[in-house]
Design a protein around this ligand. Structure first.
Ligand SMILES: [Zn+2]
Ligand SMILES: [Zn+2]
Length: 152
């Protein structure tokens, strides 16, 4: 079962440091083409709600506008990926690797998305619920419609 925990994060060079109060213990992997480019492989991410409490380096965080609905944010000094965020929503998808100071046994890798976009040369052995691109797009259709209507 997914819980909410507090955790601390930092980038590779240590210039960006922050804490989050609402990190989900449910870990998911996205195999989409954008995540493959962004992370160099499948994106292993946790969902974070609420505020990002910066300790250091907030000014070093750069945002790349990767699509109409999402931004990808990274440390401009060392290039570490920090979070992908859906615009106009207080929700973030953060790479699990940037976190420390939490109980690693509390994390459950339970979901894989864009499974039909996964290249054939790797497979995770974890027991997960898998969703194709079409299934994810259907889930988010309402959200995208809302975004489209806001633009008008
Ligand atoms: Zn850095
Ligand atoms: Zn993706």
């Amino acid at each position: 079962m997914s819980e909410i925990i507090k955790a601390k994060a930092s980038c590779l060079c240590g210039s960006v440091k922050f804490t989050v109060d609402q990190m989900s213990t449910s870990l998911s992997s996205c195999h989409c083409g954008m995540c493959q480019k962004w992370t160099g492989g499948p994106y292993l991410a946790v969902e974070v709600s609420g505020d990002i409490n910066f300790i250091a380096g907030k000014e070093l965080v750069s945002a790349y506008n990767s699509s109409d609905w999402a931004n990808r944010n990274f440390c401009s000094k060392c290039g570490s990926n920090l979070y992908c965020t859906l615009k106009n929503e207080g929700r973030y998808y953060m790479p699990i690797g940037i976190f420390e100071g939490y109980d690693k046994n509390s994390i459950h890798f339970d979901t894989q998305i864009f499974i039909d976009k996964k290249p054939p040369f790797y497979d995770f052995s974890n027991k997960t619920e898998n969703y194709t691109e079409d299934q994810i797009m259907a889930q988010y259709a309402e959200y995208f419609e809302k975004q489209a209507s806001l633009k008008k």
